[in-house]
Design a protein around this ligand. Structure first.
Ligand code: ARG
Length: 469
């Protein structure tokens, strides 16, 4: 809302000012358009603060009760009607306090005893980030469940495995899907460790130097679900590591989701034809009636740019700030809010795409042998059965590949004469080992693509996710 400013001083801090701020000052200063998202945290923080002030004898029990009743009434109002936006009130902290004054009168002025907006906003924002981490973890888990479920279905299905996007060796689709499960597993660890690091309550650091009032910082920390208070008041009011931790972890998730989205887009293209996306997560073209576009996947890929941009934005905001608080830090919230919204949507879209995709396993299988994908198996056979050093076996196999290309046939279709001409140690028996099934089944090293190894990975993942209980 445009300010109702009338040129008079600000009611909260205007004591020393003869003139009120200009319209431009009011507009550039106002964070209420976005920090109203913190209203729940702001009221929770104030309630913890006021109850501690009363317990310490800094406020009377009666005043504390009046203030607490007022805060609860405001919460009910905001829940029902939303938070009003008045630029003159700058931010959520002053908006709540001003409403409290309207509701309970001058006693409201006691709420801000032994507190500053600097420790207040750090507390509110930390609480918000903590909750957001929990939401992202739930979203990550949901995608993991979808991946694990589809991987179990397709533990035996063979597809081309790529390096350089060139057919490299056959792999199983279940193995490919479980690769993304692993990425998201690390993402969840990163968020969990970010959550541990933010587990210290800023409240009580006051403006920057602490306060002369006899606070019980342990009590407010505990009331707000933190294990302990922060240790250095200067650091406390100028620390936004927790927001950066969130954004960095979010960036990495977005990178993983973007890579999966990219694969989905490639797989859904006609030349590949590996996957059909659910109609509910695709769009059509206004001019080409036959089109079905993987827009959700493209937007997940696109959103990664914005999420990484948000991490960069806040890093650059913070990098040159001297201690302690500076108003630059008010710009901490929009990138985090934006990244959180985008990531939440991306996770939900990805869960839907993975759960609802139809995999064309015949098509995958038919392309799995292209590009002589089992050539390594021939080289391995020469090492194992004929005692040939691997480098030499590689060379012999290369000659077999060249011969097959010359004839326009698969490796397994080379004749006995072809093989004898290449190297007498390659017998027709070797060719029997070049089937796709034989190839994937043989890759039983821990973490390998063999169906029974994939089933092991799936089983462990289901246990971790509590899918069997
Ligand atoms: N709206 C401000 C922010 O988000 C609150 C802190 C204001 N502190 C101050 N000293 N002016 O950072």
């Amino acid at each position: 809302m445009q300010s109702s400013g009338n040129g008079q001083g600000n009611a909260m801090w205007g004591g020393r000012f003869a003139d009120g701020p200009s319209a431009i000052m009011r507009e550039i200063n106002a964070s209420i358009p976005f920090d109203k998202a913190l209203w729940r945290q702001d009221i929770a923080g104030s309630r913890a603060h006021v109850s501690m002030l009363a317990a310490q004898g800094i406020l009377t029990a009666g005043d504390a009760q009046t203030i607490d009743d007022g805060l609860q009434a405001i919460a009910a109002e905001y829940e029902r009607d939303g938070v009003p936006e008045d630029w003159d009130l700058e931010d959520i902290h002053m908006t709540v306090e001003s409403r409290l004054t309207e509701l309970v009168g001058p006693v409201a002025g006691r709420l801000h005893t032994a507190r500053s907006r600097n420790d207040q906003v750090a507390t509110d924002f930390k609480l918000w980030v903590r909750e957001s981490i929990d939401q992202i973890d739930a979203g990550l888990q949901a995608v993991q469940r979808a991946l694990v479920t589809r991987a179990a279905e397709h533990a035996d299905d063979i597809m081309p495995g790529f390096t350089h996007l060139q057919a490299a060796q056959p792999v199983t689709l279940g193995h490919h899907l479980m690769a993304y499960y692993e990425m998201l597993r690390r993402d969840r660890m990163r968020f969990a460790s970010a959550r541990e690091r933010l587990d210290e309550c800023p409240l009580g650091a006051a403006a920057l130097a602490g306060t002369g009032f006899d606070l019980d910082r342990e009590a407010t920390a505990k009331a707000l679900g933190f294990s302990q208070p922060t240790s250095n008041s200067l650091d406390t009011v100028s620390d936004r590591d927790f927001a950066l931790d969130y954004l960095h972890a979010a960036s990495l998730v977005s990178i993983h989701l973007s890579r999966l989205a990219e694969e989905i887009i490639i797989w859904a293209s006609q030349p590949f034809g590996f996957i059909r996306l659910p109609d509910s997560l695709s769009t059509g073209s206004s001019i080409m009636p036959q089109k079905k576009n993987p827009d959700a996947a493209e937007l997940v890929r696109g959103h990664a740019g914005r999420i990484i941009g948000a991490a960069t934005a806040l890093s650059i905001t913070m990098k040159g700030l001297p201690l302690a608080y500076a108003k630059d830090m008010q710009d901490d919230k929009p990138p985090v809010f934006e990244a959180h919204g985008l990531l939440t949507l991306s996770l939900a879209s990805m869960e839907g795409m993975i759960a609802g995709a139809e995999f064309n396993t015949d098509r995958m299988l038919s392309l799995a042998g292209s590009g002589h994908a089992t050539a390594t198996d021939l080289a391995d056979w020469l090492v194992r059965e004929a005692g040939v050093p691997f480098r030499e076996a590689h060379h012999i196999t290369g000659a077999a590949v060249a011969r097959a290309d010359e004839k326009g046939c698969a490796l397994a279709e080379l004749t006995q004469e072809d093989l004898a001409a290449i190297d007498p140690r390659v017998t027709p028996d070797a060719l029997a080992h070049l089937t796709l099934e034989g190839s994937v089944a043989s890759r039983r090293s821990y973490g390998g693509t063999a169906p029974d190894r994939v089933r092991e990975q799936v089983k462990a993942a289901r246990e971790t996710l509590g899918m069997d209980s």
